[in-house]
Design a protein around this ligand. Structure first.
Ligand SMILES: Nc1ncnc2c1ncn2[C@@H]1O[C@H](COP(=O)(O)OP(=O)(O)O)[C@@H](O)[C@H]1O
Ligand SMILES: [Mg+2]
Length: 258
């Protein structure tokens, strides 16, 4: 059983797109729960779910008014979803003085560990209380990084921050790896990938996800990428990450990497 948080304080780096792609692939093989922990609700929409006003979701779970199992909905691609809408931002404020505020999600997900083989958590684009809850609950964290030069600058600090969060809140937490996203066939992309490997020798850098409008198209129709296109170049990088989450015994983790 593994709980994986997908986190980065930068917006638009492919967290939600990766969460949808990975959850979709995982659900083909085993029970998978996707947790939408971003008040923007992009994961919820991207899995084809529209919340009615007042429908229960992550807000009720984070304020401990409901157990995590209650708001979970089925999606067409077989992923179970703990959905959210913008009310989740209120939950963050409401629990901000609670002494146990960092471990609400962990406590809420504990009873679901017997039911799901994997739980993926899509984080908001900041390192606030919601992301801290995700990292306190997770066994591993995946960090998507856009293949652009300015992305490299913040990465050192982010990895340092994750390591501090690990020692403060969750010693089980490991860095699953860095996932380069929106890779192009350009000099910039090649330089960024080379630089990533050079600067972060001890970090797993996954095989890059190419830039393609198909990802936005798939999200628009509420489908994971492998259900939208047969283009292996777009699906394979996510299959590699999936195998790092759920290893097949005969493979070494190195084979999933860049
Ligand atoms: N590999 C990709 N190629 C092209 N566009 C992508 C790719 N991955 C994500 N996108 C697009 O980039 C935007 C931001 O992605 P998203 O997953 O929402 O980022 P985040 O959750 O980190 O804010 C979305 O419009 C999405 O469709
Ligand atoms: Mg997002």
């Amino acid at each position: 059983m593994a709980i994986v948080a997908i986190a980065s304080p930068k917006g638009g780096v492919g967290k939600t797109t990766s969460a949808i792609a990975l959850a979709g692939l995982l659900a083909e093989k085993q029970s998978c729960l996707a947790v939408d922990l971003d008040p923007q609700g992009n994961l919820t929409m991207g899995l084809g779910v529209e919340l009615e006003p007042d429908q229960i979701g992550s807000y009720d779970v984070m304020t401990q008014q409901l157990e995590a199992e209650e708001p979970i909905v089925d999606t067409e691609c077989g992923v179970d979803l703990l959905p959210t809408d913008s009310t989740l931002a209120e939950a963050e404020k409401e629990i901000s003085d609670d002494p146990g505020r960092f471990f609400v999600l962990k406590r809420q997900l504990d009873p679901l560990k017997a039911k799901y083989r994997t739980i993926l958590i899509d984080c908001p684009p900041n390192m606030g209380l919601l992301t801290l809850n995700a990292l306190a609950a997770a066994d591993a964290v995946l960090v998507p990084v856009q293949c652009q030069f300015f992305s490299l600058r913040g990465l050192d600090r982010l990895l340092e921050e994750i390591s501090q969060i690990r020692s403060q809140y969750n010693l089980r937490l490991r860095l699953l790896g860095v996932l380069p996203t929106m890779a192009e066939n350009t000099i910039i992309t090649r330089k960024v990938l080379a630089e990533l490997k050079k600067r972060h020798e001890n970090v797993s850098v996954f095989y890059p996800v190419p830039k393609s409008v198909k990802f936005a198209e798939a999200t628009f129709v509420g489908k994971p990428i492998h259900r939208y296109t047969k283009n292996v170049k777009l699906v394979q990088p996510y299959e590699r990450v999936m195998r790092a989450i759920v290893p097949r015994s005969q493979k070494t983790p190195k084979e999933y990497l860049l």
